[in-house]
Write a protein that binds this ligand. Structure first.
Ligand code: SAH
Length: 257
């Protein structure tokens, strides 16, 4: 097992479309397989998905505080089993969730029988959905997904296409620095065993400055950038100014194209 971080990030270049290590489909089959394997436990609050359940009220609260979700057309990219989709639908949004994992989508659809919510789930790449549904959404969310994608910048381009003018984008991912490696990989996967080993590849973590470069390139204005921290002693998650590990950002598309 090699958990040594490549702090120079020299093997993996997020920004280079000619990088031969990058899958041109922008879907990493090995990443999708990881989530397919765990999918049946998606709604088990004590499973590998506990962290997503625990942070969900915080992130939905943040989103709803920036855009009143009532009546909004919302697309959730990389929706998995639908934890975020359901919470946004409960707040009155018209939600569509897309993912490339068949098993998480099947779980998400099954869970609607229990929750009795009305959510559309589709298997699609963000890039393809952006062609068929350009300019359709008031809000696009893409949480805890970019760090599993070969070319995350391409997803940001798709998000811009999917949004109506002035629409809102919410992105969360993991920062890339030694502290993030220590807490998000070593701490969460090896010490606390909150996540299966290999869930996260340090080299795919994204610095806020990199994300901002891509979003600025698409004309997004940056709203608030906020950190999500976990205290292992109290087992409590908080939103705050520490963006060293997990972070969540609110962005807004230009009012006119
Ligand atoms: N966004 C959800 C789930 C995060 S888990 C939440 O925060 O609650 C990451 C999800 O991204 C998984 O369901 C995985 O199948 C999906 N995913 C990974 N790569 C993807 C890609 N290229 N396109 C679409 N979904 C992808």
């Amino acid at each position: 097992m090699d958990t040594t971080p490549n702090l120079n990030n020299s093997n993996y270049d997020n920004s280079n479309p000619d990088n031969p290590k990058v899958d041109v489909s922008n879907v990493d089959a090995a990443e999708i397989a990881k989530f397919e394997k765990l999918a049946s436990r998606w709604w088990d609050r004590n499973s590998e998905f506990k962290p997503l359940h625990d942070i969900n009220p915080l992130r939905v609260g943040f989103i709803d505080s920036k855009v009143d979700l009532v009546g909004k057309q919302v697309l959730d990219i990389g929706c998995g089993g639908g934890i975020l989709c359901e919470a946004m639908a409960r707040r009155g949004a018209q939600v569509t969730g897309i993912d490339m994992g068949a098993a998480p989508l099947a779980v998400a659809k099954l869970h609607l029988l229990e929750s009795r919510l009305d959510i559309r789930y589709e298997k699609s790449r963000a890039e393809d959905y952006a062609v068929s549904h350009a300019g359709s959404f008031d809000v696009v969310t893409c949480l805890e997904m970019l760090e599993h994608v070969p070319q995350p910048a391409q997803i940001i381009t798709a998000c811009r296409r999917l949004l109506k003018p002035g629409g809102h984008l919410f992105v969360s991912t993991i920062n890339r620095n030694p502290k993030a490696w220590l807490l998000a990989v070593v701490g969460a996967e090896y010490v606390l065993r909150m996540l299966p080993r290999g869930t996260h590849d340090y080299r795919k973590f994204i610095k806020p400055s990199e994300l901002m470069q891509w979003t600025r390139g698409e004309g997004f204005a940056t709203g608030e950038l906020i950190g999500m921290t976990y205290n292992p002693l109290t087992q409590v998650y908080k939103l705050g100014s520490d963006v060293d590990v997990n972070y969540l950002v609110h962005l807004q598309a230009p009012a006119k194209d």
